[in-house]
Design a protein around this ligand. Structure first.
Ligand code: PLP
Length: 371
């Protein structure tokens, strides 16, 4: 591959020695679960999230499950989610026995449209899960306003958005709970699976803490039915080494995004592509640089593939049309903006270590794909 979508090996060159030393220390310590490294990582991560509390968990999916469970959401409850997201946003709602209700997106930001959210609210709606998709914060002012007026809990799906900001507030600090993923392809990626929940509320944090370990307090006395949602010491050690780099990596992603916007301005001007904009009142951390290619996405994607450029379609189908949710009655036309995005989007490489000549290569291949 001439330019991969993501180059974790390039990143490892920078942080590898630190990671190897930290992991070796864990292996030699004999302390593998919920030890000092998880606690230290949680303190450092809480600071990055702008919240007093953070709890390491086993994945971003488990972060969502834990948050829903801790907020008491279950059978009979409805939770509004954007239909244009990774599956876990809706799957976690179903798994706690509640019903996901699918809302449409804003076509410019790809994020939950507050008007569509409001239109989906019923007397059973208990919560909303705005997703900060591709590293850009959702329109939290309007979403929090709708939530306040209807008494909804707000769970931020910040899996793609660590360090992202909306009007000076960090992703994960605006709702009741922030859910993060450390899957290797996220802006902060572990050497495997991991996640985090952030919160401002000490009681809610305590409830999630209990549920993370089978609701046991003291040991073998179970006050709640929880699960095993723990983060490993080895993962915490890896993440703690990488965390201080995340800001600089996000800045590098933003520089790459700016370079694309400059070098692809001609394709955007004649409407062959639509480029993603920066967040005017916040900080976009560019987990993905996702363009639209109206009417020609699949052809352009296969041309790029042939030219050795890594791309991905995030996401090819809206959640309300997934076979597993067929009994909820979702139909084509329910969420036209999301359905259109699924036909047009294409994510191209934006990872921090991307070089100027690689950016040129991607731009040349993209231009060539229209010939
Ligand atoms: C990655 C992701 C998740 C799930 O995180 P995992 O760590 O893979 O379980 C949830 N929501 C969104 C938007 C994601 O991108």
């Amino acid at each position: 591959m001439a330019v991969p979508l993501l180059d974790l090996a390039a990143q490892y060159l920078e942080v590898g020695p630190g990671i190897e030393a930290a992991v070796l220390e864990v292996l030699r310590s004999g302390r593998y679960v919920l030890g000092p490294r998880v606690a230290a990582f949680e303190r450092a991560a809480a600071e990055v999230c702008g919240t007093p509390h953070a709890l390491g968990v086993s994945s971003g999916t488990d972060a969502l499950l834990l948050a829903l469970h801790a907020l008491g959401i279950g059978p009979g409850d409805e939770v509004v989610v954007p239909t244009f997201s990774f599956f876990a946003t809706a799957g976690s709602v179903h798994r706690v026995g509640a019903q996901p209700v699918f809302a449409d997106i804003d076509p410019v930001t790809f994020n939950l449209d507050p008007a569509s959210l409001e239109a989906r609210v019923t007397t059973r709606t208990r919560a909303v899960i705005p997703v900060h998709l591709f590293g850009r914060c959702a329109d939290m002012d309007d979403i929090l306003d709708v939530a306040a007026r209807h008494g909804l809990r707000v769970i931020e799906d910040a899996a793609q958005a660590i360090g992202s900001e909306h009007r000076g507030r960090r992703a994960g600090s605006m709702g009741d709970v922030g859910c993060f993923s450390f899957f290797p392809s996220k802006n902060l990626g572990g050497a495997g699976d991991g996640g985090l929940v952030s919160s401002r509320d000490a009681d809610l944090h305590d409830r999630m803490h209990l549920l993370r370990g089978h609701g046991s307090r003291p040991k073998y006395h179970h006050v709640l039915v929880g699960g095993n949602f723990r983060l490993d010491e080895v993962q915490a050690a890896v993440l703690a080494v990488k965390l201080p780099h995340v800001d600089a990596w996000s800045d590098a992603r933003a520089r790459n995004a700016a370079a694309y916007r400059e070098r692809l301005a001609d394709l955007a001007a004649d409407g062959r592509v639509v480029l993603p904009g920066d967040a005017p009142d916040g900080r976009h951390v560019w987990n993905q640089f996702t363009i639209r290619v109206p009417g020609a996405r699949d052809r352009v994607a296969s041309r790029l593939h042939a030219a050795g450029i890594g791309t991905e379609i995030y996401y090819p189908g809206p959640l309300h049309m997934q076979p597993c949710f067929a009994d909820l009655g979702g139909r084509e036309g329910d969420c036209p903006q999301a359905e259109r995005a699924c036909r047009e989007v294409l994510s191209i490489p934006v990872f921090p270590e991307l070089t100027g000549s690689q950016i040129d290569e991607v731009c040349d291949a993209l231009r060539g794909a229209f010939d």
